[in-house]
Design a protein around this ligand. Structure first.
Ligand code: HEC
Length: 134
C-alpha cells in the first residue's frame, strides 16, 4: 500500500509543478506584450540599436568613432535623399565612407535577422537623433 502511494505523490507533484510553470510563462508573456505596445517606434529602434544590433560598438550619436557618427550618416542620407533601409538590406551602395565599407559589412549577418518593422524602427531612431538636435 505504501509503495503504491509514491508514484501517485510524484505524479501529483509533477502536475502541480507543470501548472506553476505554465502560469509563470503566461504572466511573463503578458508583461512582454504590454511593454511592447507601450513602446513607440523610436523607443523600439533605440533598443534594437543598442541591443540586438550592437551598433553602439562602432557608432556614436554625435562624434565619429570607429564608424561615422549617426548625425553625419543621417545628414548625408537626408541630403542625398538616400534609402537607409535599402543600404541595411544590402540593396544599396555605401555613400558615407565607401573606403571603410568592409568594416560596416561585418554587420549584415546580424541585420539580415531584422524584420522590415525592425529596420524601420532602427532607422526611425537614428533619424530622430538628428531631428532632436536641429
Ligand atoms: C564593426 C563596426 C561597426 C558596427 C558594429 C556598425 N557599423 Fe555602421 N559603419 C561602420 C563603418 C566603419 C562605416 C563607414 C563605412 C560605410 O560608409 O559603409 C559605417 C557606416 C554605416 C552607415 C552608412 C553607410 C553608407 O551609406 O556609407 C550606416 C547607415 C550604418 N553604418 C548603420 C549601422 C547600424 C544600423 C549598425 C548596427 C546594426 C551599425 N552600423 C554597426 C562600422 C560599424
Amino acid at each position: 500500500m505504501k509503495t503504491n502511494l509514491i508514484p501517485l505523490i510524484v505524479s501529483f507533484g509533477l502536475l502541480l509543478n507543470s501548472c506553476n510553470t505554465s502560469k509563470e510563462e503566461k504572466t511573463s508573456n503578458n508583461i512582454k506584450l504590454k511593454n511592447q505596445t507601450q513602446l513607440s517606434q523610436v523607443e523600439i529602434g533605440q533598443k534594437l540599436y543598442k541591443g540586438k544590433g550592437n551598433c553602439t560598438s562602432c557608432h556614436q550619436l554625435y562624434k565619429n568613432s570607429i564608424g561615422p557618427s549617426i548625425q553625419e550618416i543621417v545628414g548625408i542620407y537626408k541630403e542625398q535623399n538616400a534609402d537607409m533601409i535599402a543600404f541595411l538590406k544590402q540593396e544599396g551602395k555605401p555613400i558615407v565612407k565607401p573606403e571603410q565599407y568592409s568594416v560596416m559589412k561585418t554587420n549584415f549577418a546580424v541585420l539580415k535577422t531584422f524584420s522590415q518593422e525592425e529596420l524601420e524602427a532602427l532607422t526611425a531612431y537614428m533619424y530622430s537623433i538628428v531631428d532632436r538636435k536641429e
